[in-house]
Write a new protein. Structure first.
Ligand code: ADA
Length: 560
């Protein structure tokens, strides 16, 4: 399953995931372990492969001819794609989609091989042993499409404002002409009952961007958590009266702005009651099927939360489709956790971050649930070199999408030199856990500094992480460390104090579920090799904190 709806009615497509592929591990000691594996899936979740690091080959076949587009929603960490033994593409980036077009393929059956490497290497600057598991494999869906010479690459819809019941929007359509000659075609867009037709458009070889400004969508409803209304968008290309190609997506109309103290959704000040969530499950690794993702989101709703932070990487589009439909607000983040200055100086780091940002924004632009873009969680924001990277990445985000704010979660108290750059100042604080101060005191101390010496005055303040560890079923009258009792007590205090703090627009709890970690030297701080700060454990069994959070969150509405 790739999306929650069909993305083409005209273009011929076939999902290559959702079935068994041949799997050949290539590392020493594993070569006799060839088998068939379900795609999508994570390498480390195959029996006997729990700690596998290195190369592996995945093979399947597809039937098709002409121009073929293969789209991979996520291959971790590095992928080399071969069609009929010819290398057609390479891609680094565990959590973002990429596609390859092969022109004029002979009709018939073709062999597809994907070589995957999940090792930690210098050239993979964003993957390292970390406080989460950096899974490997073809962890998201794969699709094969047969495309004409002129095809639609993507359509971006930007809602501008509502005018007497009508939404005013901008649309950008990116088409690619794979031939060497100019092609003439008609472009038609249908969205929420409105139709736009551009006849006799000329498309030169390569990419062509078309812009439609201030298109009016009559009687369109506004997307909001309490009314997550979505509309289908169908773009079509016609040549000589015949349909050439189509491209279907789903979107919603809403605006996001910030003022000096609030994040405004459709002009109303949001109260963020959120969870940070890793894509992680003991059985599926990061490749959770739609049912399991939906279950997580149902629990998050049950907890009274209204937002998820996709810490620390862009998520599967199935997750975003579900959030759109369920009215859950998303902070979507690029891939970088705790990367300090030395590692940021790795020459691969900045280009790879920028590539993730480009792929994330291009692919996920139309999801109304995404209200903010995040970058560089707890990276080197206290250093001059770090600042260069933060600045470059904020500039890139704004050049790709000026309709949403951007932020990054910092923990560099009193030393951060980047607070002038984001639209929202976000801080990871762990009062009563890593810090002895009360939540109210700690938030006040951080914010006072941010607004004075920190150069972050005039912006909303968001707590991007609070939390405490608790091991499932460890109950303890003394509320000792790692007990569910202590975790519940701390979360209760953190939430009550922060929700009462006027200057704070909300918080994200670290974290929804316990997750596997890959950082060996953290063993003493990560019992069971898990980050145990989930309000549910890795199997989604609620801890004591679940009810505490639920009782508090349900007392507060989605707006301030
Ligand atoms: C950080 C970090 C998280 C996690 C958390 C913790 O704030 O952003 O990824 O490691 O700390 O559990 O300590």
């Amino acid at each position: 399953m790739i999306r929650l709806f069909n993305t083409h009615k005209i273009r011929k497509t076939e999902e290559l995931s959702g079935k068994l592929w041949n799997f050949t591990p290539m590392e020493k000691g594993y070569q006799d372990k060839k088998c068939k594996v379900m795609i999508p899936g994570c390498l480390e979740n195959l029996p006997g492969f729990g700690n596998y690091r290195g190369w592996a080959a995945y093979e399947t076949e597809f039937e098709g001819g002409g121009n073929i587009r293969l789209e991979f929603k996520g291959v971790s960490h590095f992928a080399k794609i071969y069609v009929d033994d010819k290398n057609v593409a390479e891609h680094y980036g565990s959590y973002t989609p990429f596609a390859v077009c092969i022109k004029a393929l002979e009709p018939g059956k073709h062999k597809l091989v994907v070589l995957v490497d999940n090792a930690f290497r210098e050239e993979y600057a964003l993957d390292m042993p970390n406080d989460y598991m950096s899974y490997g494999g073809i962890s998201r869906g794969v699709v094969m499409e047969m495309i004409p010479d002129l095809y639609i690459k993507y359509v971006h819809v930007t809602p501008l404002h509502k005018n007497a019941g009508n939404w005013i929007i901008n649309i950008e359509v990116m088409c690619e002409n794979l031939s060497d000659e100019e092609v003439e075609a008609d472009l038609q867009i249908e969205l929420a009952g409105a139709v736009y037709l551009q006849k006799g458009q000329h498309f030169s070889p390569g990419e062509n961007l078309l812009q439609i400004k201030n298109m009016e969508i009559p009687n369109a409803e506004t997307w909001a958590p309490e009314n997550p209304i979505l509309y289908m968008l169908e773009a079509k290309l016609y040549g000589n009266g015949k349909i050439l190609d189509d491209w279907i997506d789903r979107t919603g109309f809403r605006t996001v702005e910030v003022n000096e103290k609030d994040i405004l959704l459709n002009g109303k000040p949001l109260r963020i009651k959120g969870f940070c969530r890793h894509e992680d499950h003991p059985q599926y690794g990061c490749a959770l099927p739609a049912q399991a993702i939906a279950y997580d989101l149902q629990m998050i709703r049950d907890l009274g939360a209204n937002s998820v932070r996709t810490s620390h990487y862009p998520n599967d589009e199935l997750f975003l489709d579900l959030c759109d439909e369920m009215g859950i607000l998303v902070w979507e983040e690029n891939h970088a956790r705790g990367i300090e200055e030395v590692r940021m100086k790795n020459p691969y780091f900045e280009p790879q971050c920028e590539q993730v940002i480009r792929e994330m924004i291009t692919e996920h632009y139309n999801h109304p649930s995404i209200y903010i873009w995040g970058i560089l969680n707890e990276c080197g924001s206290e250093t001059e070199y770090g600042r260069i990277c933060y600045r470059a990445q904020y500039e890139l985000i704004r050049s790709l999408d000026s309709s949403r704010p951007a932020t990054s979660a910092s923990c560099k108290f009193n030393a951060d030199i980047c607070q002038d750059l984001p639209d929202v100042c976000s801080w990871n604080i762990y009062p009563y856990w890593y810090d002895e101060r009360s939540a109210e005191q700690m938030a006040r101390d951080v914010l006072t500094w941010v607004r004075t010496e920190g150069n972050g005055a005039g912006k909303p303040f968001l707590v991007s992480e609070i939390g405490a560890g608790g091991i499932y079923a460890f109950r303890d009258m003394a509320h000792d460390i790692w007990s569910e009792d202590l975790q519940a007590e701390i979360l209760g205090k953190q939430l009550t104090e922060l929700l009462a703090y006027e200057d704070c627009v909300g918080m994200y709890i670290w974290q929804f579920c316990d997750v596997r970690v890959s950082r060996i030297d953290w063993a003493m701080r990560r019992p069971k090799s898990r980050n145990n700060k989930g309000v549910v454990d890795e199997y989604r069994r609620p801890k004591m904190a679940y009810q505490v959070v639920k009782d508090i969150f349900h007392q507060f509405s989605d707006y301030r």
